[in-house]
Design a protein around this ligand. Sequence first.
Ligand code: MCA
Ligand code: AMP
Length: 454
Amino acid sequence: MALLDSLTAADDLTAAVTCPDATLSRHELLGRAAAVAAGIAGAPAVAVHATPTAATVVAVTAGLLAGVPVVPVPPDAGRLERAHLLTDCGATLMLSDEPAAAGESGLPVLPVSRAGRGAVPPEPPPSKPALVLYTSGTTGPPKGVVISRAAIAADLDALAEAWQWTAADTLVHGLPLFHVHGLVLGVLGALRVGSRLVHTGKATPDGYAAAGGTLYFGVPTVWSRICAAPAAARALGTARLLVSGSAPLPVPVFDALSALTGQAPVERYGMTETLITVSARADGPRLAGHVGTPLAGVRTRLAGEDGHLQVRGPTLLDGYLRGGTVEPPGLAEDGWFPTGDIATIDADGNHRIVGRASTDLIKTGGYRVGAGEVEDALLLHPAVREAAVVGTPHPDLGEQVTAFVVADPVGESELIAFVAERLAAHKRPRVVRMVDDLPRNPMGKVRKSRLKEM
Ligand code: MCA
Ligand code: AMP
């Protein structure tokens, strides 16, 4: 089934999407998105100022209706990051109700909420790119991951099957709308399955408790905060399914959530590049510390002595955007995608993610942060001579961004603010440690494992 078929078929007046700014029926969403789609048809790509609002849902739907690749831009992206995204992605327009959303890029901003009603255009071919999602690598600025309509449709159908997700569900979450979790699963999933969506704006325990959903999505930090607010956690006891992903769910949080809500959460694993590939099932075992079995159509294997997880299937990216063209990802010789994660698989096929192979990708609050990008930003400060960034354990965020810096006298808070001005808020270091020198191996490479121990 084509990506938007079920959405365009269900043109009804019942509330479909509730965000803090507005509630839209499918009829309103489709009509508005179709009007915006008419205004962007033929554009090479459109950027969307991806605030957690109904306007973002309209804008993304408009891009998909028009067959124009959508590039969601984190609303808090700092100057450097925003400039990189907007030049790299080739977008010729920014969709937003905020006139200043394009920053210094000079891109024309097209408002979405004042659009009238348009006619729904024919569905673009499944092989067309749907989204370009920017995500961090170990070095350099974020890379644009090109994801096809077919990959999204395949992933959402496999998830719906695994989670018994239907139009009778009300999905609730408060996740950002510029990543796979909040946008692909959290918005496009609801639109494809036909379930109602309530976006809580921020992912707070009280917001989740008040929303009265049947299906809840959260990153581990959100679940941990919900467990720390037992009344909110108990209110989720009536839900059908609680789903955790984007980072490892600590076993104590799994246990606390199970005890407070009366049901174990379902964990699932994925990447921007592969979408969700492995998940526990609604009708299967939910094992603490495990992320379940491969989704329908997905195959997994472990390579090398360490157990490098590789995946293949219909949900993989088309490639990375480079200089206006889509460069295929580096696959293993026989076409498998190397995830960079180390895993184990038990006799029943249950996967456990042991950790990442590289210390240079940090997961903080479910966000992926590349050490190199933060180091590059720190090195722009005139006082900084050397910088090395690692993830260190954090009870709430899983890992926190920690910077070791060799510098002339400068305040730590000044360096944190310096990074925040240039990159998205969650990329700024939580901790800056001034050191006389960085530990290096005989080749001169910084020994990050030593820094993590410090
Ligand atoms: C943050 N703050 C700071 C610093 N960092 N203040 C000083 N110094 C710092 N270094 C501020 C924040 O701006 C915020 O201020 C306050 O401290 C609290 O920040 P934080 O603890 O980060 O909490 P939060 O703002 O409530 O966010 C927690 C969160 C968020 C809701 C869990 O991290 C989040 O939405 N994570 C989801 C990430 C995600 O969706 N990942 C999916 C990608 P103020 O309160 O004033 O704003 S992964 C993916 O897509 C794959 C495929 C997958 O598997 O899902
Ligand atoms: P991102 O590209 O932001 O989607 O981050 C993908 C990475 O998040 C994966 O390569 C894993 O390291 C991590 N990840 C996602 N889901 C899980 C999970 N359920 N358990 C452990 N790690 C996860």
